[in-house]
Design a protein around this ligand. Structure first.
Ligand SMILES: *Cc1c(COP(=O)(O)O)cnc(C)c1O
Length: 353
């Protein structure tokens, strides 16, 4: 049995069927923007492995960081132990994320970082004696991951709500933002969210959204003023704002983080995907000091989450090397160039699909 046949019989791929598996290609190498297949043909990867490989494949600086860390140690538990790779990564992250974010939870995947963010929001209000504030509001068309709490805030139609309706937490859905990024802001666009928050704020712990780009939901780019208004509503009605920047973070939208387009800071941010430059799985949930203190001010007095591979040193070292490249590189002009190039060559295709 060749590899492809074996794969078809024994492996799950993302969102696929065991009875009708999709065709897939065997990759044997990757370098820069190129993937080399088993038959030696070379492809350009136009989606950088789900937007994660921001520096290209097989980057010498990240490779060296990974090799050095393997020779020192690949993993130790984070319970009662700390290490330089986690501390260095945290310093780098806190120097770049929006102002006010101060305490880092290193998680193992984007979905887990969303679980952690939602748990933080619920525990925050429970510890303030407001356990009634346990629901999440979110715009439709969103995507936040495949685990259960994350699924509950994904778009209720494109997501998996019908399949799991008896088990998913019931959340509150607002219409998706309509004013596009480049259009003139229309104040009516925020009215439905405002109305829902005004009605439900006593049961709401948080608003979760993907700032500026609803990624998996169709690459919908919306107006920064929506984000600004959302921040104001959260302040006005005492709700935490969770920015899921797993897809948009690390320069993807022309700013280091998409929240910068609106000049706002969330109470909790989720980072993932490009965090390790596309090398391995790792994510981060970063909250403000106010959220961290609020969570720990009453029983049980601790934040109840701790994955086995939390702050895996190898992943930390790789992420750190990726952030080095961001700090020293020319990503701003590179992103602008790519944008201009796409504009020029893709505009003629606009009416073809
Ligand atoms: C990919 C993604 C996630 C989930 O991350 P995983 O690492 O796949 O679990 C969550 N939110 C957004 C916005 C994403 O793009």
């Amino acid at each position: 049995m060749n590899n492809i046949e074996y794969d078809k019989r024994h492996l799950w791929h993302p969102y696929t069927s065991a009875t009708h598996p999709l065709p897939c290609y065997e990759v044997k190498g990757a370098s820069g923007v190129e993937l080399t297949l088993a038959d030696n043909s070379v492809l350009i990867d136009g989606m950088s492995s789900w937007w994660a490989a921001i520096h290209g494949y097989n980057h010498p600086h990240i490779n060296a960081a990974a090799k050095n860390q393997i020779d020192a140690f690949s993993h130790v538990m984070f319970g009662g132990i700390t290490h330089e790779p986690a501390i260095k990564l945290t310093k780098q992250l806190l120097a770049m994320v929006p102002e006010g974010l101060n305490r880092v939870f290193l998680a193992d995947s984007g979905s887990v970082s969303v679980e952690v963010a939602i748990k933080m929001a619920l525990q925050y209000y429970a510890c303030q004696g407001q356990p009634n504030k346990h629901k999440i509001i979110t715009p439709r068309n969103g995507y936040h991951g495949d685990t259960f709490a994350a699924m509950s805030v994904c778009d209720p139609i494109n997501g998996m709500h019908s399949l799991f309706k008896n088990v998913l937490a019931e959340q509150i859905f607002a219409p998706a933002p309509q004013t596009r990024f480049e259009q003139t802001w229309n104040e009516d666009d925020i009215a439905p969210l405002e109305e829902l928050i005004a009605t439900h704020h006593n049961e709401l712990a948080a608003l979760i959204l993907e700032p500026i780009v609803q990624g998996a939901g169709g690459m919908r780019m919306y107006h920064p003023m929506y984000l600004k208004r959302a921040r104001q509503l959260c302040d006005e009605y005492n709700i935490l704002l969770i920015a899921d920047e797993i897809a948009t973070g690390f320069g993807r939208t022309g700013k280091l983080f998409a929240c910068e387009h609106a000049g706002i800071s969330p109470d909790i941010i989720c980072l993932g995907k490009a965090l390790t430059g596309g090398y391995m799985t790792m994510a981060a949930t970063i909250c403000t000091e106010d959220v961290a203190m609020g969570i720990c001010q009453s029983a049980p007095g601790v934040f109840m989450h701790g994955p086995t591979y939390m702050a895996n040193p190898l992943a930390c070292a790789v992420a750190s090397a990726s952030l080095d490249l961001i700090a020293s590189g020319e990503w701003q002009s590179q992103v602008a160039n790519i944008e201009q190039w796409l504009h020029q060559y893709m505009t003629p295709c606009k009416n073809r699909c």
